[in-house]
Design a protein around this ligand. Structure first.
Ligand SMILES: Nc1nc2c(c(=O)[nH]1)N[C@H]1C(S)=C(S)[C@@H](COP(=O)(O)O)O[C@H]1N2
Ligand SMILES: [Mo]
Length: 327
């Protein structure tokens, strides 16, 4: 078994990057890479100086919420999370396990030119440049909640197009059942990919019917602007009824397959992270409850909704399934 029971060290129960604290400690305790483990632990020490680290360093970016977006809410009436928070509080382990450090470290990540291969069990596979994708598919704005498995959430105005539109174009073969996604492998520009504690590149997967659901988005932007590197430029997945880690960033490969893909998180901790990862307040993570969440920018905690509030649109996908066993 991969995950050892930890004893003798208090693991903070706060929502602040429990994964990386845990995984860093695990690596540290195996003694296999003590120096690297110590470095990883250092990365999660409290930051005394955040100036620069989290700030957007490009000049062509909006300094604040564009007027067209201001005042908008999600369909439940909750306000958008600020552009500042959406672009400076990020999980993207390829750059850093510190959420506040990702934006700074990703600022110069090259996202052009960029190609996405759509391969596997399809009658009409292809390689698309990001420009192709933008030209071929109308970009829509979708305001979605994003619930991280760590117990925090945001409301984000995405730009993008339904994954279904792209899949229809490549025509999945009759026996294709799953879609497997891969992030770019670029360790020269993604320092985190030199870490031996994860199996790179980041991989995620969906069942084909989940992938075809209209809520499932391939995002190219947010807040009316092109995606920044920290949010997964130039193309990332958004699956709003699932935990945020399903929203794989900086995608270069989309493969149709008849086998359930094994994600990076499933490989790292199969007892903690399943394939489905549907937001479910009744199924605890082995190390914390999922009953409530902290909305970034808000005080206190609020109840977590089944399927993150999208049950009407997606519950039927799981009719008859045991959602505790298929977590
Ligand atoms: N390639 C890649 N994709 C990733 C991650 C990552 O570390 N690497 N983190 C995931 C997690 S845990 C979350 S919560 C969301 C965060 O997206 P955001 O930073 O745009 O809010 O991205 C997801 N996609
Ligand atoms: Mo997450």
């Amino acid at each position: 078994m991969l995950i050892r029971k930890q004893t003798g060290i208090e693991i903070p129960s706060s929502e602040i990057t429990p994964e990386h604290i845990y995984f860093s400690r695990r690596a540290f305790m195996t003694g296999a890479a003590a120096a690297a483990g110590a470095a990883a632990l250092a990365a999660c020490a409290p930051k005394t100086d955040l100036s620069g680290a989290g700030s957007v360093s490009r000049t062509d970016l909006p300094a604040a919420t564009p007027a067209v977006i201001a005042g908008q809410t999600d369909e439940l009436g909750d306000p958008l999370t600020s552009f500042e928070d959406v672009t400076n509080y990020n999980n993207f382990y390829e750059f850093s396990t510190s959420k506040e450090a990702v934006a700074g470290k990703a600022a110069d990540f090259p996202t052009s030119p960029w190609q996405v291969a759509v391969t596997g069990m399809a009658r009409n596979p292809g390689v698309f440049s990001i420009e192709d994708l933008r030209a071929r598919f109308d970009q829509e704005e979708r305001i979605y909640r994003m619930r991280c498995v760590e117990g925090w959430s945001m409301v984000i105005p995405w730009l993008g197009f339904p994954l279904a539109a792209l899949l229809k174009e490549v025509e999945p073969a009759a026996d294709a059942r799953y879609v497997r996604f891969e992030t770019v492998y670029d360790p020269d520009n993604m320092p985190g990919q030199n870490s031996p504690f994860f199996r790179w590149p980041y991989v995620e997967g969906l069942r084909l019917d989940e992938a075809m659901n209209d809520l499932t988005l391939l995002s190219t932007g947010l807040y009316g602007k092109e995606l920044l590197p920290q949010n997964g430029a130039p193309l990332r997945l958004v699956v709003p009824w699932k935990y945020g880690f399903k929203g794989i960033k900086s995608i270069v490969k989309i493969e149709l397959t008849d086998e359930m893909p094994e994600s990076l998180w499933m490989a790292a901790a199969p007892n903690e992270y399943g394939f489905y990862a549907n937001v479910n307040p009744e199924v605890s993570h082995p190390r914390w409850s999922q009953a409530t969440e902290r909305r970034i920018g808000e005080g206190g905690r609020r109840p977590t909704l089944p399927f993150n509030g999208y049950g009407e649109q997606v519950a039927a996908l799981y009719a008859g399934m045991d959602l505790a066993a298929n977590f």
